[in-house]
Design a protein around this ligand. Structure first.
Ligand code: BES
Ligand code: MN
Ligand code: ZN
Length: 505
């Protein structure tokens, strides 16, 4: 995909379709009303006649019949200005790109001043470029298709996007490159999320990591079972022991060429369960196939560090992904078994379906042993998070207001959403255990998402840490939401984590 900014007059833009985002209940801005005028006031008349409502993310495709150089215009509502954020913007453009990709290889997004101003997010020095980047991200995200294994289907894609109305020049060109890279990384996460477990085992994931490492010049280390045993990773090994496929711990490291000497080492730790049956605490049948995406956190940290390798922040970053299959079997861990994690803490596994926190425990200990000073884990950890917050937001829990603030700023820049859940002193008692230092679940349906965090916190050695539960935000399949959020895998937190090192300064 190619992305360019242009300053051509809107009536003369050469593209298969002009994409025109507008705000609900507000007059069209200068450039866009020029399009409307050239079409004889078509948009205004449709609005007048209630043929378009302006509700997010309504799209109206019209033929221009020679009145503009471009043969089509797609009007896209961004909804109300006071409800617009980077998340909604990218979703709207993603829908637009999905509408058009089959027959429009070249599109132009015409950005009105009103839209640009509604999007001016004052997060970093890059703020002025963020609208252009966001537009490209939305379009590239719309190129994602779930049919990796469809043999017959042609994969039509948008191949070229022009951004009109935001100026041009080299800093904008940089923003477009960044947007393309960030969205392509997000799509790469989505591909891995939807790849079935027989095509994405821990060993297959290691191969994927090899490709990313090579492209970015990253150091790749794979910890195999014998080394896990030597290191005392009893929690990760307990999860893997019911499966015939061996576990792997993937570690990718980015070292800056010029360091800022702050000594900060950021570890991004992603849950990599390539399939979660629940183990002996077996999951019920409906929906179990979705558990092929229980490695969404691992995929996100992999493709985030792939971007980081190209954007070259001044702090060191490592991506750590504990990979295993959670299976029942003759050798599987049984409820009530006690294991010892790498930091020496003992765990009663009272539910083998709470396996994510177990593999993260040893991965976090490992990251600390490798010098991590700041830890962010990302995991499809609890079904409870979709009860608490629903799909359009990632739950965040933390022991560090500063690191959480950095994650929030990165998420805002990325057009993703995070929402904090509290870790209160009264929550601490949930994992109290009679026979070991802790148990892995509370055994009652209360504060399930928070309990996951309480468990994981035992393995971060009091370093600043943020836990991101993406069990809901990593995909959705809800008919009622389908019109608002593109359904299927989202690649959640890939872009947020890619921005994060720049917010740790
Ligand atoms: N991978 C699941 C969480 C999940 C559920 C992700 C639904 C995506 C959609 C996780 O390993 C799990 O099974 N969690 C348990 C925790 C419980 C046993 C405390 C859950 O949510 O039921
Ligand atoms: Mn589970
Ligand atoms: Zn799981």
């Amino acid at each position: 995909m190619q992305a360019k900014t242009i300053e051509t007059e809107v009536t003369k833009i050469e593209a298969d379709c002009l994409i025109v985002p507008y705000l609900q209940g507000e007059p069209l801005g200068l450039q866009v009303s020029q399009i409307d005028r050239a079409l004889g006031g078509l948009w205004s008349r449709m609005a007048e006649a209630n043929e378009i409502t302006g509700r997010f993310p309504e799209r109206k495709l019209v033929a221009t019949l020679g009145k503009l150089t471009a043969p089509r215009v797609l009007f896209v509502s961004l909804g109300r200005a006071d409800q617009l954020d980077g998340y909604r913007l990218r979703n709207a453009l993603q829908f637009a790109a999905r509408d058009l990709r089959a027959f429009c290889p070249k599109v132009a997004v015409v950005v009105d001043a009103a839209v640009r101003d509604a999007l001016a997010v004052p997060v970093t020095g890059q703020a002025s470029q963020s609208p252009a980047r966001a537009m490209v991200e939305g379009i590239v995200l719309g190129n994602y298709q779930p049919g990796e294994f469809k043999m017959a289907e042609a994969t039509a894609q948008i191949k070229e996007v022009l951004v009109v109305g935001l100026g041009s020049g080299s800093d904008l060109a940089g923003a477009l490159v960044a947007g393309k890279r960030l969205a392509e990384a997000t799509n790469a996460t989505r591909v891995l999320q939807w790849r079935p477990s027989n095509r994405l085992t821990p060993a297959d994931f290691v191969e994927e990591a090899g490709v990313v490492a090579k492209a970015g010049g990253l150091r790749l280390k794979v910890v195999e079972r014998p080394e896990m045993e030597k290191l005392g990773m009893g929690a990760l090994l307990a999860v893997a022991q019911g499966s015939h496929v061996p576990p792997k711990l993937v570690v990718l490291r980015y070292k800056p060429r010029s360091s800022d000497r702050s000594g900060k080492v950021l570890a991004l730790v992603g849950k990599g369960i390539t399939f979660d049956t629940g183990g002996i605490s077996l999951k019920p049948n409906p929906g179990m196939a979705n558990m092929k995406s229980d490695m969404s956190g691992a995929a996100a940290v992999l493709h985030a560090i792939g971007v980081i390798a190209k954007t070259e922040p001044h702090i060191e970053v490592m991506a750590v992904a504990p990979l295993a299959e959670n299976m029942p079997g003759g050798g599987a861990t049984k409820p009530g078994d006690v294991v010892v994690a790498m930091n020496g803490k003992t765990i009663e596994i009272n539910n083998t379906d709470a396996e994510g926190r177990l593999v993260l425990a040893d991965a976090l200990c490992y990251a600390v042993s490798q010098g991590a000073t700041h830890l962010v884990d990302v995991a499809t950890l609890t079904g409870a998070v979709s009860i608490a917050l629903g799909h359009p937001v990632t739950a965040a829990m933390s022991n560090s207001p500063e690191l959480l603030a950095a994650v929030r700023a990165a998420a805002q820049e990325a057009g993703e959403r995070v929402w904090e859940l509290p870790l209160l002193p009264e929550h601490d008692v949930a994992l109290t255990c009679d026979i070991a230092d802790m148990r892995n679940t509370a055994g009652i349906p209360a504060a399930g998402t928070i309990n996951g965090a309480i468990f994981i916190r035992e393995f971060v050695a009091d370093r600043p840490w943020v836990h991101l539960d993406i069990a809901a935000s990593s995909y959705h399949d809800e008919p009622l939401l389908a019109g608002l959020v593109p359904k299927g895998p989202t690649g959640a937190m890939t872009r947020t984590l890619a921005h994060l090192p720049f917010h740790l300064g």
